[in-house]
Write a protein that binds this ligand. Sequence first.
Ligand SMILES: [Fe+2]
Ligand SMILES: [Fe+2]
Length: 270
Amino acid sequence: MFETESDVLEWYENQPRAISKEFLDSIPWDEVRDHPLNPAFQPVLVYMRDVESFTEIYYEELLRTPTGKNPVIRKFMDRWSGEENQHGDLLNRFLNEAGYPTSECWMQEAKAAIPFRYTFENRLYPLITNCFGKSFSGAHMVWGAINEMTTLQGYRRLWTLADHPVLEKLLRAIAQEEAIHSHFYWSIARLKLEQSGFTRNLSRFIIGKFWTPVGQGTKPQQETDYVISTLFKGEEGVEFFDRNVNQRLEQLPGFDGLGRVTQRIARIAL
Ligand SMILES: [Fe+2]
Ligand SMILES: [Fe+2]
């Protein structure tokens, strides 16, 4: 249990990268085609690749709010956004090696496809969050924790369901980094929520009312729904999600009994 935000940052900075130079050199790209990949997972990989690369948009949004001006969060985000970007690149490489060629400008094209509504709302968003000042940072951190936990569990499901050894090797390393990101967000969120009843109430209200799955808004709803229903299908998938994401969320101060995240997933997956 960390006592200060600086302790959380120090812990993060001491975590070695799972995606090191040695790891990158050890990926057997030439073996990707030796194993079949069920085509149902191709759109899932594209979605995950794009959402990873959209991290920098989210990062820029946060920089315009009090959250981005917090020096601990700022230092974390500088390294974090680079890691997410690299995850996107690795997934893109995998798609190509697996026989799904992608455009040279995939990143620009994915960004260009973000609906105007999202871009427009995000111009307004820092204005709204700035009204609440630092109290909004709790909600940002909880939101980030949920997204990281969802991403991590999504990768775990994907490597289990796809049963492709090279993909599994890749996703296990990415997932290790997602677990570190989750722990950072979750730990900062806990500290912020413990400090103030107003932050607890505001954060619970924001998540309970507005939380949507990672990527939704930047990606069309059908694509988000496809990914969720492919990865967390049926009672078993929803139960897996609830145990690993929602129950962990509920351990945060003020979040007891908030079932929104699982409910949102269940609506699509059941
Ligand atoms: Fe990532
Ligand atoms: Fe992450």
